[in-house]
Design a protein around this ligand. Structure first.
Ligand code: MRU
Length: 364
């Protein structure tokens, strides 16, 4: 997608052929800066501190993290160490494990001298594949939303967190159909949940929609239900960090409340996802997905730009009040209207997913 008219991906290989470069998302929307990742530890740090974030981009960064590790030391112990260090960087997004399993299996089968180049090649392929998958999610999602009857003059979507191109390598998952609708000339407007505590909606989704010229309005997280009651939302669309075999959707904290409000108001609730986000090993998302508990300071402090243009961080809680910060929640499949994947649109249940991914059926 474009920034200031220039096409960018979120992560790419730098001109020296070893250093990886990524957009630093902790500085957006106020500053657009590129970070150099020179060592595996830089990739781990970028994932852990959310310089890069969003399930597909976390997977792509982990793949490059393995390549950076192999550039320094392609031995078996270094491969095992890179795998475990990167895997521990963030617990919820299953794309992380998917990318690391993929790289480890390929690299372990090669002699150490071949691992560096093979790792860089595979990381680049994962990035290209992610961009293409997201483009296809956009196509399938567009066909789906074209069927909706707008309640007003334009189609009003509501999204939570950031599942746009910044959360992926390009295009986005939830936002891909919105970009394609906008590009096709369909009048569309997006209600953007601010998404406390880290404000990925207010700072990232609003920024990228604005850069692409998509009409949008940022709302407080608590406003969505009210807007749905007033017929101001035609559909909700979100991304996911892990979706189970039976279609339970783990996504940024607050997603579940939007799904409840959508159900109560007859508003379709869609989830856009690429295949690496499906965790075929588990069924019950509520029981089986470990939820990342993040630093309470994400809640107690808020950061932004002051009137002098400096980035500042301020306290919003009483000094002694404890805060809890679960970063994700699980929306049960029954509240999801449909899943939109690169292979098409399906019901949020095992039968629906298997209709698109028959190779995942369990042997009888
Ligand atoms: O904690 P984050 O910012 O990495 O959260 C992930 C997300 O961006 C969202 O949950 C998103 O909707 C799913 S990733 C396409």
């Amino acid at each position: 997608m474009k920034v200031d008219g220039r096409p960018y991906r979120t992560i790419w290989l730098g001109p020296d052929g070893t250093t990886v470069q990524a957009i630093d998302q902790t500085l957006l929307p106020h500053r657009f800066a590129i970070r150099d990742l020179r060592r595996m530890e830089d990739a781990e740090h970028a994932i852990r501190t959310m310089i890069v974030r969003g399930a597909p981009l976390i997977g792509a960064t982990a793949a490059y993290g393995m390549a950076l590790a192999m550039a320094t030391d392609p031995s078996d112990p270094a491969l095992a160490r890179a795998y475990s260090v990167l895997l521990a960087a963030r617990p919820t997004a299953v794309n992380l494990r998917w990318a690391l399993d993929d790289l480890r299996a390929r690299l372990a089968a090669l002699p150490p001298s071949d691992r560096r180049d093979a790792a860089y090649r595979r990381a680049a392929e994962i990035c290209d594949e992610d961009a293409e998958i997201c483009r296809r999610i956009g196509e399938h999602g567009l066909a789906e939303i074209k069927r909706l009857k707008p309640r007003g003059e334009r189609l009003n979507a509501l999204t939570h967190c950031n599942a746009g191109w910044l959360a992926t390598v390009d295009w986005g998952t939830a936002l891909a159909p919105i970009y394609q609708a906008h590009d096709a000339g369909i009048p569309i407007h997006v209600w953007v949940d601010e998404t406390r505590p880290r404000n990925q909606g207010a700072s990232l989704t609003a920024w990228e929609l604005g850069e692409h010229g998509v009409p949008h309005t940022v709302i407080a997280d608590n406003a969505g239900g009210h807007l749905m009651q007033r017929d101001k939302v035609d559909f909700c669309i979100v991304g996911t960090d892990r979706t189970t075999r039976r279609g339970d959707v783990c996504n940024k904290i607050g997603t579940y409340l939007k799904a409840l409000a959508a159900r109560d108001n007859g508003v379709p609730f869609y989830v856009g996802l690429p295949y690496p986000t499906i965790d075929w090993t588990i069924e019950d998302g509520h029981r089986d997905i470990p939820i990342e508990e993040r630093d309470a300071r994400e809640l107690s402090r808020i950061s932004g730009r002051n009137e002098s243009g400096e980035m500042v961080s301020i306290d919003v809680l009483p000094e002694n009040s404890p805060a809890a910060n679960p970063a994700f929640d699980v929306t049960p499949a029954r509240l999801v209207t449909a899943l939109i994947t690169e292979r098409g649109v399906c019901s949020a249940d095992e039968a629906g997913l298997l209709s698109l991914y028959p190779e995942r059926a369990r042997a009888a």
